[in-house]
Design a binder for this molecule. Structure first.
Ligand code: NAD
Length: 457
């Protein structure tokens, strides 16, 4: 208990939702101490018992998908269909990693004079720090594999959107997990988040957020050689070649960038189009952008809700001043709510709308000349998270996908995330990988033990 609270606002209505307590450093220290004790109990359980615990957590989430989705709609403004998918994704991630405790085996290595064995030991307490844009899913990418590997987790949700993560913490307890094993600790980044970084009892930080804060977390963690996984910003390219299915590329481009109102680290926020099909692509893109259904996130059929909060709305708006090179815009409701119409800009290659991660429903479209120009443009960014390549030429798609410096690319699609495959960024988009079958290993230390075998007497 700290006495300080933050007030949450529904971004679609600007009505007050509720207040949430903000923890202070002593409260965080107490939670970490309890997590350390719970971790020891958890790691001592048989692998099958830990697997059963995670399966029970998945089943409890499954029973509360509707409740979690409604909470996300109110807190984050996500359209109801998206929010239901996100809650289901949390269940699926837990279910997937519930298989890991019984599969996390080491190796027996041939050596002279004895038996050599590796073990994957849990790290202890893992600190997960999440951003506001996909609160539930990103939390699960951290806590599920960390728990599966035998760790305890303390998790700090983002200030604006903590509600579904707080509820997940409660559901873990309802599922029968030790209340100290997975603790959600709301509070400020500069207090709770920084304490995770400086506390010696936290052995690893999984940070998802901006590159600016991520670099600070990494620098702070260096003082204790603390392990970090960083999932940071992006400015991904959607590369449209003249030999692609142009109708499909244009029809799906809005989904590639305006999903979650563009508040998506994988948003394809730079569309690069081969010059000889540029005009035709823009003709096709315009009705697709104007057709995006922006509005009440509680309504089924809504494709894009509001921006998350007023300061973020102001930040996104600053990229579209009155004299901005707007090609066309979609529509958005007026009145209460942080609404922003999908916006297509045609700026110069060096404009800040092309270089900055705007993190809203704003996309730039630039022409390119040939394959080399497309690759150079796509890589002309400090980021390297995601991207799409549209071409019916398989060799070209392979060449370009190998040349683009990004962790998650899709060809003739905008799909970025599957929990069965590794996810993460090149360059300043991050460090390490989440998801995929190896994720639990990233929450362990490999220990090697040599057992000498004495000569028979
Ligand atoms: P942010 O960096 O402002 O905050 C992220 C989290 O860090 C929040 O919980 C915040 O409270 C906390 N924090 C702030 N200061 C801290 C400090 N000094 N020490 C420790 N923690 C601190 O990011 P945001 O605005 O919440 O999220 C948007 C950003 O997240 C975008 O840049 C987006 O690209 C990125 N993101 C990346 C991925 C990915 O997987 N690569 C996914 C989603 C979002």
């Amino acid at each position: 208990m700290t006495g300080t609270t933050s007030t949450l606002i529904n971004p679609a209505t600007e009505e007050v939702l509720r207040t949430v307590e903000q923890l202070d450093v002593p409260a965080v220290d107490d939670a970490i101490a309890r997590a350390a004790a719970a971790q020891k109990r958890w790691a001592r359980l048989a692998p099958a018992e830990r697997a059963a615990g995670l399966r029970a957590f998945a089943a409890t989430v499954d029973a509360h998908v509707d409740e979690l989705a409604a909470l996300e709609v109110a807190n984050s403004g996500h359209p109801i269909g998206n929010a239901e998918w996100e809650a289901g994704h949390v269940r699926d991630v837990l279910q997937f990693y519930s298989g890991s405790p019984e599969r996390l085996s080491g190796q027996q290595i041939p050596v002279a004079g004895g038996l050599d064995v590796t073990f994957h030991e849990p790290l202890g307490v893992v600190g997960v720090i999440t951003p506001w844009n996909f609160p539930m899913t990103i939390a699960a990418w951290g806590f599920a594999p960390a728990l599966a590997a035998g760790n305890a987790v303390v998790l700090k949700p983002a200030e604006w959107t903590p509600l579904t993560t707080i509820r997940l913490g409660e559901l873990a307890v309802e599922a029968g997990l030790d209340p100290d094993l997975f603790q959600v600790l709301p509070g400020r980044g500069s207090v709770v988040g920084e304490r995770f970084v400086t506390h010696e009892g936290v052995r690893k930080i999984v940070f998802t957020g901006s590159t600016e804060v991520g670099t600070r977390v990494m620098a702070g963690a260096a003082a204790q050689v603390k392990r970090v996984t960083l999932e940071l910003g992006g400015k991904s390219a959607n590369i449209v070649f003249d030999d692609c299915d142009l109708e499909r590329a244009a029809a799906t481009a809005p989904y590639g960038v305006f999903d979650n109102a563009g508040q998506d680290c994988c948003a394809r926020s730079r569309i690069l189009v081969q010059r000889n099909v540029y005009d035709r692509f823009m003709e096709l893109l315009e009705p697709a952008v104007k057709g995006v259904v922006v509005g009440d996130p509680t309504e089924r059929g809504t494709e894009m809700g509001p921006l998350v909060a007023k300061p973020h709305w102001e930040s996104v708006s600053s990229y579209v001043p009155d004299d901005a090179p707007v090609a066309f815009r979609g529509s958005a409701p007026s009145g209460a709510g942080y609404w922003f119409a999908p916006t297509v800009l045609t700026p110069a290659r060096t404009d800040r709308t092309v270089t900055d991660e705007i993190f809203g429903p704003v996309v730039t479209v630039l022409p390119f000349d040939d394959e080399a120009d497309a690759i150079a443009l796509a890589n002309d960014t400090p980021y390297g998270l995601s991207g799409s390549i549209w071409s019916e030429n398989l060799s070209r798609a392979m060449r370009v996908s190998r040349a683009v410096e990004a962790g998650n690319l899709s060809v003739n699609s905008h799909s970025s995330v599957r929990y069965t495959t590794p996810f993460g960024g090149f360059k300043q988009s991050g460090l390490g990988r989440e998801l995929g079958p190896d994720a639990p290993l990233h929450f362990t230390e490999t220990k090697n033990v040599f057992f000498a075998i004495s000569e028979s007497t």
